[in-house]
Design a protein. Structure first.
Length: 161
């Protein structure tokens, strides 16, 4: 089995640093670690936004899911699972050479598909990349992506999983 990755990217403005739902410090000296909930951090982030918050409706979630499948097919990556929600997307994929490039490509294809509706700024900068080193980790991640997100929106799970 190749190394698989869980890639996560958020809609612009939907996940602020210091939110009570949790955030991680990746900015200051790459220290990492959880950031305590902070209304002032959320307030600062909200007022610093260059555009309006960009959530997805159900039909847009399916547009993004189709774009993820198209990207994986074009790049010859194996899509194991994906779940596109109103505020973020989770993708489990194997066969990628560089996870950061895969994240960039997935967001670009999804943006291109969404741009046909006339909207622009879709995604927050960056994303999260988590390597899944073995079959047990992949199975747990697929369960989380497919079933651990609340009511299903736009979901794909490979038939052989």
């Amino acid at each position: 089995m190749m190394v698989a990755y869980l890639l996560t990217f958020n809609c612009y403005g939907t996940h602020m640093r210091g939110a009570v739902t949790g955030s991680v410090d990746r900015v200051r000296g790459k220290r990492g670690g959880a950031i305590e909930a902070s209304a002032s951090l959320v307030h600062y982030g909200t007022h610093a936004m260059a555009d309006v918050q960009a959530g997805l409706n159900l039909s847009e979630c399916f547009v993004v899911l189709d774009a993820i499948q198209e990207t994986c097919a074009y790049r010859n990556w194996r899509l194991l699972a994906a779940h596109v929600r109103s505020s973020h997307a989770h993708v489990i994929v194997e066969g990628i050479a560089a996870a950061s490039d895969a994240l960039r490509d997935l967001k670009a294809y999804a943006s291109r598909a969404l741009n046909r509706s006339g909207r622009r700024r879709h995604w927050a900068r960056g994303g999260n990349v988590c390597p899944l080193p073995n079959a047990k980790a992949v199975r747990a991640a697929v369960r989380y992506v497919a079933d651990g997100q609340g009511a299903a929106m736009a979901v794909y799970v490979a038939a052989d999983l």
